[in-house]
Write a protein that binds this ligand. Structure first.
Ligand SMILES: C[S@@+](CC[C@H](N)C(=O)[O-])C[C@H]1O[C@@H](n2cnc3c(N)ncnc32)[C@H](O)[C@@H]1O
Length: 209
């Protein structure tokens, strides 16, 4: 929690209590349904929560904005971002029902009013969103093919609607067909070697009717 406050010092008491509660809820539910590797649960805040919040260091989501989290698994990056942006609407999807079950338990335990989680395949989502976030689901070309028609035409943000994807490693090959993609290094953003090879890739997507 200290790490989160260091990087996001303006949290309200409610947000602090929601972030604190994550450990208890995930520990309880992960024992029943494994959504986070058991060894990682001890590093919930750095490996999952703070990592997810890396997206917030690149893009500030405005009240009323809508965000789709594709392949959310146990709720990352969607749940930490939804705590940070209580006035922004989050739609978390995954194809695996038991993962969504855990995500819904977390949503209920934290009383998050701005999040809906459903078992759904990305390719079958009909709505349009301001931004699409994700972590560790598939390579960028496949990902873009799933969601390329799912961004809204306009928003009130400083940047064009598009994808914010948490990725690791050398992305030169994967991003070669996306000249507009911008890579943000989390190591620099958090000033922390833990985030060594981790990045947020921002890919603006032109609206396609
Ligand atoms: C490696 S996990 C990552 C989970 C989470 N984003 C995280 O970083 O902890 C990838 C997730 O993507 C989901 N997934 C794969 N293909 C999908 C699709 N076409 N639509 C929605 N979810 C998908 C899988 O079920 C799995 O839960």
């Amino acid at each position: 929690m200290e790490e989160i406050l260091k990087h996001f010092p303006n949290l309200t008491p409610e947000q602090i209590s929601q972030f604190e509660k994550l450990e208890e809820v995930y520990t309880e539910w992960n024992a029943k349904i494994n959504v986070i590797s058991r060894k990682d649960i001890h590093e919930l805040y750095t490996k999952h929560v703070l990592h997810s919040l890396g997206i917030a260091k690149v893009m500030e989501f405005l009240p009323g904005a809508s965000i789709l989290d594709v392949g959310t698994g146990g709720g990352f990056p969607g749940i930490p971002l939804a705590i940070l942006y209580p006035e922004t609407k989050f739609y978390l999807i995954d194809i695996i029902a038991k993962k969504i079950r855990v995500v819904n338990e977390v949503i209920n335990a934290l009383e998050l009013k701005n999040v809906v989680a459903e078992q759904k395949r990305a390719e079958t989502v009909d709505e349009k969103f301001d931004f699409i976030v994700s972590r560790a689901v598939t390579n960028m070309p496949d990902f873009v093919s799933w969601i390329r028609h799912k961004t809204k035409k306009e928003n009130n943000h400083e940047f064009t609607n598009g994808i914010l994807y948490l990725k690791g490693g050398d992305l030169t090959e994967e991003l070669k067909d996306f000249p507009k993609a911008v890579e943000f290094e989390l190591k620099n953003i958090f000033d922390d070697e833990f985030f060594d090879t981790k990045k947020v890739v921002y890919l603006p997507l032109k609206y396609k009717g």
